[in-house]
Design a protein around this ligand. Structure first.
Ligand SMILES: *Cc1c(COP(=O)(O)O)cnc(C)c1O
Length: 362
């Protein structure tokens, strides 16, 4: 299978084998060493000088943790949404009683840092900004550094969904002044689903001390206190930690710059290739096109779902579809985590051939 959805992503054999290791005491010395090494790896990738927390959940659990650990019911927040994951983060905040003000763009567009600045100036009661770094549903990467600069200048919290960006494209949390940043194991980290990573700045910890939203399983203070003893508060997804321990060896061998360059180069290749067939990218401004997932409109008159079906059944190439209102209208090619240029070339060769067949039939 050439699994080209934007998560879960393929894992290297050695990572899968590491995950098959026998269980051990999750409060014993052997696991403590693994947790220390994995946390050091997370701190390295996040660019964090304090320990990044890890919790057992899929990415959405991490987003919930980010919200409930820093906010109180009634807090006014600006939810920036450029697609379905931005909508999800907004819904989590409103579910827990935040007073949500919405800034939503057309899907395919990035958020405008100046517009965020304007809204914060207009409403000093806004305590926090919720924003997606890389919107996986539309293949758009927000100008996060510029957004963070505006938020910082106005002294509000910035809470970031970096689930499909962290470890694949630059997102140095301290250098950019981010407060809460969430990523998930099954996207760019070359391991299966099961763990989320949550960075909290000093400002976020200060907010945590006052935050009144209900929380138990995802209580960050409990996670921090347990991590000080090199434990998790609850039984963690140990197999994923075993795999991550191995994945970090691979990542350190490639180096962060090497990883970022590989993603950038293959994303650029993917965009050029689909454009050369006359197809249109979902991002309206290619300057904001994602380096982890490429989203493309199916051409007029072509039955995209049947092309995807043929790609999977006849060639073992699994493409991502469209979410929500984009269902059946776009396809997405994931190029994040563990992949080679050859994997992407092979997937695009199949797609090109099936598109030609479909056009010939029209
Ligand atoms: C995958 C993803 C998530 C989390 O989804 P889960 O299915 O809960 O892991 C959140 N945000 C973005 C941007 C994602 O790509």
């Amino acid at each position: 299978m050439n699994l080209r959805i934007p998560g879960p992503t393929p894992c290297p054999e050695e990572v899968l084998h590491a995950g098959a290791r026998q269980m051990m005491n999750h409060r014993g010395p052997e696991f403590a060493q693994i947790l220390r090494r994995v946390t050091d790896g997370l701190n390295w990738v996040f660019g964090a000088s304090s320990d990044v927390l890890s919790m057992t959940a899929s990415g959405t659990g991490g987003l919930e943790a980010a919200v409930v650990n820093t906010l109180s019911p009634g807090d006014r927040v600006l939810a920036v949404s450029i697609g379905s994951f931005g909508d999800r983060l907004r819904t989590i905040a409103s579910t827990y009683g935040a007073d949500v003000v919405s800034y939503a763009t057309e899907w395919g567009e990035a958020a405008d840092p100046a517009e965020i600045a304007r809204r914060l100036d207009e409403d000093p009661s806004i305590k926090a900004v919720l924003v997606t770094h890389n919107e996986t549903s539309t293949g758009v990467t927000n100008p996060l550094e510029a957004i963070a600069t505006e938020v910082r200048a106005r002294d509000r919290l910035i809470i970031v969904d970096a689930v499909s960006s962290m470890s694949s494209v630059p997102c140095p949390v301290e250098r950019w002044g981010l407060d809460v940043v969430v990523s998930g194991s099954q996207k760019g980290w070359m391991v299966p689903p099961g763990l989320v990573f949550v960075y909290m700045s000093e400002r976020a910890w200060a907010a945590n001390a006052r935050a009144k939203m209900p929380r138990f399983y995802f209580d960050a203070a409990k996670a921090r206190d347990s991590l000080a003893k090199l434990q998790n508060p609850w039984t963690p997804a140990m197999s994923i930690y075993y795999g991550m321990d191995r994945a970090f060896e691979l990542m350190r061998a490639e180096g962060l710059e090497g990883i970022f360059t590989r993603h950038e180069a293959v994303a650029g290749y993917t965009r050029e290739r689909v454009k050369s067939w006359g197809l249109k990218l979902v991002p309206t401004d290619e300057g904001f096109a994602s380096n982890t997932v490429t989203a493309v409109w199916w051409p007029e008159g072509v039955d995209g779902k049947s092309i995807s079906k043929r790609a999977r059944e006849e060639f073992g190439v699994v493409l991502g579809g469209g979410q929500g209102k984009l269902d059946g209208r776009i396809f997405r090619v994931g190029h994040l985590g563990w992949f080679t240029r050859e994997d992407i070339v092979a997937a695009l060769d199949v797609l090109e051939r099936l598109l030609q067949d479909a056009k010939a039939a029209v």
